[in-house]
Design a protein around this ligand. Structure first.
Ligand SMILES: Cc1cc2nc3c(=O)[nH]c(=O)nc-3n(C[C@H](O)[C@H](O)[C@H](O)COP(=O)(O)OP(=O)(O)OC[C@H]3O[C@@H](n4cnc5c(N)ncnc54)[C@H](O)[C@@H]3O)c2cc1C
Length: 398
């Protein structure tokens, strides 16, 4: 197993770095640095810049417009995107439903939906979870009845990320209640402008609006919006979740956070707090850095196994747990470093570098919202308790 990068990899890294430094929209990087939420226009601008280079659908096969990169090149690209502080790609279209469409969809569906995803003109939402179905997703009850080539959808979805921006939604719906609960589930794609759809915002504890509840009342969906066969949606849904869980490591983003914490610890002496002299502070920081190094090696080991022809499989559950726990511990440490300066949570649009005459240590203003928002990482994509069940059963054979 070779974990090193080749000379070609290093050259590729320089090319990607040059793009983010000179061609990617600076104003988006600046907005994110201040902790503001990106708008739909920001996502479109960011993704168009990537799409113009053919770098948006990096995981897609070449025949559907992917750049044909090696696993190392994909990893380097992710690293450079985070190093630049650029916007992560909205995963629902490019990473989740796109691969489902090119793997299980009809030719007509590929032609209809893939171009809009790969040129970032169509945004998608993921309608899996329901008010009474999360970890036990197969118990979902949002129903679809087929009559004369049209499904009628009734029910609710919840925690739908960026549903307020979505043009299309892919939903798991129940088409049969008679057999095993996994067998009566169907995968439907439909237009968010269809009559009978209501999107209700959910404002989260970090003050942001990324989540929604979506109600469907007699929504008519043509049968050609169905992926694959009726009742086989569970297979497509699980294929998609495999793609979802490998995308959580964000090693370079975490490295930037730890570098910022080191800098803040020095800067805080101007704000009356000499953290570097406090017992245990440097040790705690070093522990986080060691855990990040371990995460990075785990990511590289996973990449090496994919490059050798293997599949990450259940390893994605290990990555998900260690990456999200580390993300939470880093933001908690960040709060300790900023102390009372991190106490207020500022409204998104007014995130300051200073307010009134009182100067705030750089990075303090968004710290509380980031800390609170990061709590969700161990919930979405399948909770960490569920990932630990998968590790116990499928990896350790317990
Ligand atoms: C920020 C965010 C974004 C999200 N985005 C989307 C989205 O775009 N689309 C979408 O469909 N969903 C989305 N979700 C929903 C997410 O997938 C669910 O919240 C998650 O699967 C957990 O389901 P639940 O909330 O119903 O919790 P529950 O399943 O009710 O779990 C409650 C608690 O019980 C534990 N638990 C449950 N079953 C077991 C078990 N068998 N063994 C051990 N412990 C167990 C859980 O770990 C958790 O701690 C999002 C969630 C969040 C927080």
């Amino acid at each position: 197993m070779d974990l090193s990068f080749s000379n070609e990899d290093d050259e590729f890294r320089l090319k990607v770095r040059h793009f983010f430094e000179h061609e990617y929209p600076r104003e988006i990087i600046e907005k994110l640095r201040r902790g503001c939420s990106p708008s739909k226009e920001d996502y479109q601008k960011s993704e168009s810049a990537l799409a113009n280079r053919g770098w948006l659908t990096v995981n897609w096969p070449s025949e559907y417009g992917g750049p044909g990169w090696t696993p190392n090149q994909k990893h380097i690209f992710d690293e450079e995107l985070e190093r630049a502080g650029a916007l992560n790609v909205v995963p629902m279209g490019v990473i989740y439903v796109g691969p489902v469409i090119y793997t299980f969809g009809s030719e007509e569906q590929k032609e209809r939906w893939l171009p809009g995803i790969s040129n970032s003109t169509t945004f998608w939402a993921q309608g899996y979870s329901e008010p009474e179905s999360g970890s036990d997703l197969a118990s979902l009850q949002c129903s679809a009845k087929l009559e004369d080539d049209t499904y009628t959808v009734n029910g609710s979805k919840i925690w739908t990320s960026l549903g307020q921006m979505a043009d299309w939604i892919f939903c798991l719906v129940r088409t049969d209640n008679s057999g095993r609960k996994q067998e009566g589930i169907t995968f439907l794609c439909f237009d968010m402008m269809s009559p009978g759809i209501q999107v209700h915002p959910i404002i989260t504890i970090d003050g942001k609006h990324a989540l929604n509840r979506i109600d469907f009342t007699d929504v008519k969906v043509p049968v050609d919006g169905r992926i694959g066969e009726e009742g086989k949606g569970w297979t497509y849904a699980n294929y998609l979740l495999g793609h979802e869980r490998t995308s959580y490591a964000h090693v370079t983003g975490k490295r930037r956070q730890l570098e910022a914490i080191r800098k803040t610890a020095t800067d805080m002496s101007s704000y009356g707090s000499d953290l570097l002299q406090e017992p245990g502070f440097v040790q705690s920081l070093a522990e986080l850095e060691c855990r990040l190094a371990a995460l990075e090696i785990t990511v590289l080991r996973t990449l090496a196994s994919v490059a050798d022809g293997g599949a990450p499989g259940e390893e994605s559950s290990i990555l998900k747990v260690i990456a999200t726990e580390l993300a939470q511990d880093i933001t908690e440490f960040d709060m300790k470093v900023f102390g009372s300066y991190a106490a207020p949570r500022f409204p998104d649009s007014t995130l300051p570098d200073n307010f009134g005459n009182l100067s705030v240590p750089p990075g303090a203003a968004p710290a509380m919202a980031t800390y609170l928002g990061t709590r969700a990482q161990s919930i979405y994509g399948g909770t960490n308790e569920i990932q630990k069940n998968i590790i116990a059963k499928r990896i350790l054979g317990l």
